[in-house]
Design a protein around this ligand. Structure first.
Ligand code: NAP
Length: 275
């Protein structure tokens, strides 16, 4: 099986590194292209045997599965470039949430799927969200699922819920890090503890918390109740946190969804609406 990858920016190169590192594919199976050439050279230095294409059409021509890892509005250029070169037996996988399956099916004759990966796949962890277009058969579902299983836990979702799901899986690591940065900042400022020391402890705590939630059989509420005994310090701090964070997550979800709708509307104009 040959795999193509268009766009070797942050997420494209992370997926490529992870697929190779976790043994999903060999560099020789990969054909990659990117608008600027420097990123391709860096990747070919990292992975001997990687095939660097001269352009996106060459990538498309060689592959069975094509991952397109560019930003939403960059899709229009790529679709224009590759539309006469894709084959009906090929599977194109977009990693961009606002680009809808119907945008791609409207404009390309191949099979279409969409995934929302996460930075956590760098360490073979986290959920990857998967959505399938109307032309996909069981065979391609299995293929994509098997490939993603090397680096993540693939979960099929409805496209209508892509935004809220990716708020957690894809944006989540940034939101959780933001929370930690603020907390660490306050700890350093108020107690003089060393940033390195407290960052190390905070990171271990995040890992342990994640493991308790994924493998320890606890829900977030059960975990919270286990630590915050009534009348204790944690319970008092949680009561304060509860007041401070009132409305924060509703605002967060409103923000991500408004930006998403804005992007989808722009793409509807460029790539055609559902009808
Ligand atoms: N970062 C995340 O955690 C994450 C998670 C899930 C999904 N995503 C999605 O992944 C997509 C890409 O994000 P990113 O962070 O990887 O962006 P990025 O770092 O800007 O990467 C985009 C890459 O696409 C290349 N490109 C642009 N137009 C091209 C064209 N016509 N032909 C070939 N290559 C082209 C760019 O090349 P240049 O070198 O010339 O700029 C760049 O390397 C976004 O839609 C994002 O929402 C990201």
């Amino acid at each position: 099986m040959k795999i193509g990858l268009i766009g070797t920016g942050s997420m494209g190169s992370l997926l490529l590194d992870a697929f190779i590192y976790f043994g999903a594919i060999q560099p020789q199976q990969l054909y990659i292209s990117n608008r600027s050439k420097e990123k391709l050279l860096l990747l070919s230095e990292r992975h001997e045997g990687l095939n660097i294409s001269q352009n996106n059409i060459e990538t498309v021509t060689h592959c069975d599965i094509l991952f397109v890892c560019v930003k939403p509005l960059q899709f229009t250029t790529i679709i224009e470039e590759i539309k006469d070169h894709v084959r009906s037996d090929q599977l194109l996988v977009s990693i961009t949430s606002p680009v809808q399956l119907h945008h791609l099916e409207n404009n390309l004759s191949c099979k279409i799927a969409k995934i929302i990966p996460s930075v956590t796949h760098k360490v073979g962890s986290g959920a990857s969200l998967v959505m399938y277009g109307s032309r996909i058969q069981e065979k391609e579902k299995q293929l994509l699922h098997d490939l993603l299983s090397f680096i993540s836990k693939p979960i099929e979702i409805k496209e209508t819920q892509a935004r809220i799901n990716s708020d957690f899986t894809s944006c989540g690591p940034a939101f959780m890090s933001f929370f930690l940065i603020k907390w660490i900042e306050a700890a350093v400022e108020m107690t003089g503890i060393s940033r390195e020391e407290i960052t190390c402890l905070a990171s271990e705590m995040m890992l342990g918390t994640g493991t308790l939630l994924t493998q320890g059989g606890l829900t977030p509420l059960q975990l919270q109740e286990l630590v915050a005994v009534p009348g204790g310090i944690t319970a008092q701090a949680l009561s304060q946190l509860n007041q401070s964070l009132d409305g924060v997550f509703h605002n967060l979800i409103t923000t991500t969804h408004n930006k998403y709708v804005e992007d989808v509307e722009k793409l509807n104009e460029l790539l055609g609406d559902i009808n």
